[in-house]
Design a protein around this ligand. Structure first.
Ligand code: DLL
Length: 433
């Protein structure tokens, strides 16, 4: 279901022209209103009128998380505070939060983008949207909320946590669309089993999951356990929140980037060079229409690639492949680079292993040591010790064969890995402690 036919199916030339026009406006606006950008643009010798074609974007400076931090809290806002109607922030693992602001029109834009996202999963009026993304400074809850209302669906503002109550409400209210992180969706599925609730007792048909990396294997698990279609949705606070890109239910491969509002680029994280479509690298976004907190070439640290091929759903929007990791999430274990999602993909392919895992990285002497703790299902756990050991060794071998990294696999009892209610913590790195 396409929410905005005009913009989601715009022919390529028209989209390019629209982006170019909006990009020019953006850069002039940034130079005029934000001292930080004026300085940065000055440093590369930018003069108004310099952007003649889309490719000229590559000559403009990047914006990084550090830049946001240096201008904490409101230094990069492009409008006076009187025009700001909402502030969100993302916690980040270190230091101060990243602060973002929205004007009334930004909230409208965001609602439109989330209406598109929800429509990608077939949401319409009459649907009951169970929103288990956290409400608060996190952009997930409120972002999705406004999108659901814009469609005219009935939204239940659940937020995360209190899983038994979530299930009761889903059952009694007849929720049809589930919004949560993928790890929380699995947590819900597990508690449903414990409570003796069968998915057939629910009216759920689709879930829109994002805010953290997940794999195809995880998608299959969620779809099977909840008996729904599961879509990947992407966004980040710095760019707008959720609503930057979404998979469509027709294809479930690649997330359509809402290009009339954001220009995606893929760069080589080491050199900053723009890479051609199809090559993997760091995602960079430029916001074309945001008023309060526009960003120019924001480096997300997320790794993906762009897919230019047309999609069966009819959208002409460029797709980005699901995020395979973050440049700052990459573990280097004795010189081998490995992303948590690659380990997840290996685990998901092993019979008897559950989708609950954690990676513990430590240092023994001068050597990095990776321990993969993963739960096994009840029937396996009651097996003989020998069988368990064999399984552990097999997983170690699979990881070594497929990813080239040696690790120690520890199979743990069902329900020992902490369950997530929002973004799951997959890695514990004691080397930094
Ligand atoms: O997580 C916004 C969001 C909310 C997206 C709800 C989707 C659904 P932040 O808290 O700023 O914003 O975190 C942004 O989360 O840079 C990615 O590393 C990661 N992320 C978001 N969506 C996905 C996804 C929200 N679908 C950071 N797959 C991003 C993988 C994702 N990682």
């Amino acid at each position: 279901m396409i929410w905005n036919d005009e913009f989601e199916t715009l022919p390529r030339e028209a989209m390019d022209a629209l982006q170019l026009k909006r990009l020019r406006d953006l850069v002039d606006r940034l130079a005029a209103t934000v001292p930080f950008y004026r300085k940065k643009l000055g440093e590369v010798g930018y003069r108004p009128g310099d952007i003649r074609k889309r490719e000229d974007l590559a000559r403009l400076p990047f914006t990084t998380k550090e830049d946001l931090r240096d201008n904490y809290p409101f230094g990069l806002f492009a409008v006076p505070m009187e025009r700001v109607v909402r502030i969100h922030a993302s916690s980040g693992t270190t230091g101060k939060p990243t602060v973002v602001g929205y004007t009334r029109r930004d909230i409208d834009t965001w609602s439109e983008l989330m209406a598109r996202t929800l429509s990608c999963g077939g949401t319409t009026r009459g649907d009951i949207v169970h929103n288990a993304y956290g409400y608060g400074l996190f952009t997930g809850g409120l972002g999705a909320h406004y999108g659901a209302e814009k469609i005219g669906a009935a939204v239940i503002p659940m937020s995360g946590g209190n899983t038994k109550r979530q299930i009761l409400i889903m059952k009694d209210f007849g929720s049809t669309i589930l919004l949560s992180t993928p790890s929380y969706a699995l947590n819900i599925a597990e508690v449903m089993t414990e409570e003796g609730v069968d998915p057939s007792q629910l009216r759920l048909k689709c879930g829109l999951f994002g805010a953290e990396p997940w794999t195809e294997g995880m998608r299959r698990e969620i779809e099977r356990k909840l008996n729904i279609g599961a879509l990947d949705i992407y966004g980040l606070s710095e760019v707008i929140g959720p609503g930057v890109a979404s998979e469509c239910i027709e294809e479930k491969h690649g997330l359509h980037v809402f290009e009339d509002h954001f220009i995606p680029e893929i760069i080589d994280p080491a050199t900053g060079a723009v890479l051609p479509h199809g090559e993997a690298g760091e995602l960079v976004f430029t916001t074309l229409t945001k008023e309060a907190f526009p960003v120019l070439r924001y480096r997300t640290r997320d790794i993906s690639r762009l897919i230019p091929a047309p999609c069966v759903c009819g959208r002409t929007l460029l797709r980005m492949e699901r995020i395979s990791g973050r440049t700052d999430d990459m573990l280097i274990i004795r010189g081998v680079n490995v992303f948590p999602s690659q380990i997840e993909a290996v685990l998901m392919a092993v019979e008897g292993v559950e989708p609950h895992y954690q990676l513990i990285v430590s240092r023994e002497g001068t050597l990095d040591v990776l321990e993969v703790q993963v739960e096994v299902n009840e029937s396996i756990f009651t097996d003989k010790i020998k069988g368990l050991e064999r399984l552990a060794r097999r997983v170690e071998e699979d990881i070594k064969d497929l990813l080239g990294v040696s690790c120690k696999v520890r199979l743990v009892e069902p329900k020992t890995i902490q369950r997530s209610e929002g973004k799951a913590k997959r890695v514990i790195d004691t080397r930094r402690a």
